[in-house]
Design a protein. Structure first.
Length: 256
């Protein structure tokens, strides 16, 4: 079993992603920010998209689906059951724990409400990769738009429990803004400082950061570290529940 993942920029700051099973030739796109770009990436690789895996209903993640369908008419579109009415055209709906197959590659659905009420993540344990949409970012998390803020903390704890080596593909390149915010709230944290410096140096050279990992985010992402007493203390919230610490972080980021 061999998974190949290709990531490419779309729109202003979105990432498009393809996952390909080299054993069977099956290929899926994860979301479709720009259908023409997704199709071009697949054709450049010599792949035929057989499935589109949708994380949530926002336009910058689904607006390219018609173009993907036009280029690959047999493509099956799978997405969150709780957002089926907002997405439309789904061939299958998905809930917590459902299996998803791309050829011989098997993934599982994790429901991660917060950014949207029905947001889902695709975790391919055998391939060691998770496609997290707009739930988790490098040194950040998605803006919470459709649920109470603590719901997002519960979703992030699900992702934090994945193996540390899991490669994380998220939906946007917000790395630099997230790095600056993280350093502003944890200026004395060595892991945060080092990670932020790495991102800033990469961006200063015109580069992009590679996909992150769960382990890296557990070390240097304040939003995943809301249960860390050091983070709570830095915010003046010692002995406060992690969910409340997370809410404070998210509200500060909203104002940043």
């Amino acid at each position: 079993m061999s998974a190949i993942v290709r990531r490419f920029p779309c729109l202003k700051d979105n990432w498009g992603v393809l996952i390909h099973d080299s054993a069977t030739g099956a290929t899926a796109c994860v979301d479709a920010p720009d259908g023409d770009v997704v199709v071009a990436a697949a054709r450049e690789a010599g792949w035929t998209i057989s499935q589109a895996l949708v994380t949530h209903h926002h336009a910058d993640h689904v607006q390219g689906l018609p173009a993907v369908k036009a280029a690959f008419p047999s493509v099956k579109i799978l997405g969150p059951a709780k957002e089926a009415g907002k997405i439309g055209g789904l061939d299958a709906t998905l809930r917590e724990g459902d299996a998803v197959r791309v050829g011989a590659l098997e993934g599982r659905v994790i429901e991660t409400p917060g950014h949207t009420a029905g947001h889902i993540v695709f975790h391919f344990a055998g391939a060691g990769v998770a496609f997290v949409g707009d739930t988790l970012f490098t040194m950040g998390c998605g803006r919470v738009l459709e649920t109470p803020l603590p719901v997002m903390w519960d979703s992030l704890t699900k992702l934090a429990a994945l193996p540390a080596e899991t490669i994380v593909h998220h939906g946007h390149d917000y790395d630099l803004a997230n790095a600056r915010f993280s350093r502003s709230v944890l200026p004395d944290d060595a892991a945060v400082t080092a990670r932020a410096a790495e991102i800033e140096a990469t961006k200063a050279k015109g580069g992009v950061m590679p996909p992150t990992t769960i382990g890296e985010e557990l070390r240097a992402n304040p939003f995943l570290r809301a249960a860390d007493p050091a983070v709570a203390s830095a915010l003046g919230m010692a002995s406060t529940a992690p969910s409340a610490v997370f809410v404070e972080l998210r509200e500060r980021k909203n104002r940043a």
